[in-house]
Write a protein that binds this ligand. Structure first.
Ligand code: HEM
Length: 146
């Protein structure tokens, strides 16, 4: 039963993560009003919390799941999955700093973001889309030495 909860948390985290990233992409422009800047900061907060949920439930699945932790430790696909997640995390730092900076913007403010923020968000989406592929392969034993 606990495994059901871990899996549920992992999937809810994934759905929230993807939804928050999609909201950020939809709202983002190089120049936005203060209201949009506040919404971007809120979406980014949800994005961060969803990432924390994914990582927490992922680790629970590794260390308290059905398969022994070594199953994952020895699987190169698992390492690729974690590396991609790390890449997404690193790419999100700069946008997050920008969104936090303007989290209290007033309605009448005009907020300008560096253009690289939009590019980073798009690359994050592309890299994130690859991660479930590695996850489903790994879950079915691909990448294991036979
Ligand atoms: C620290 C981060 C993460 C850890 C430790 C982790 C760990 C795991 C583990 C142990 C499983 C179970 C695999 C099995 O059934 O043998 C799993 C499944 C899964 N993970 Fe993660 N994960 C992490 C992040 C992510 C991310 C960022 C995504 C997607 C963006 C993701 C997507 C999935 C999916 C879709 C499954 C289900 C695979 C299936 O059963 O077919 N995980 N994860």
């Amino acid at each position: 039963m606990t495994m059901v909860l871990f899996n549920y948390g992992h999937y809810v985290g994934l759905a929230l993560f993807a939804a928050a990233l999609a909201v950020e992409l939809a709202l983002f422009a190089r120049r936005v009003d203060g209201r949009t800047a506040r919404r971007l900061a809120l979406a980014d907060l949800v994005y961060g919390l969803a990432a924390a949920l994914i990582v927490a439930t992922g680790l629970l699945k590794v260390f308290a799941g059905d398969k022994p932790a070594a199953y994952y430790g020895h699987n190169p696909l698992f390492h690729v999955k974690l590396t991609l997640l790390l890449a997404v995390f690193l790419m999100s730092i700069f946008p997050t700093m920008q969104f936090i900076r303007h989290r209290r913007a007033a309605d009448s403010d005009v907020v300008e973001y560096p253009p690289v923020v939009g590019r980073l968000l798009r690359i994050e989406v592309a890299v994130t889309a690859l991660i479930p592929l590695l996850a489903v392969l790994m879950a079915r034993g691909f990448g294991m030495a036979h």
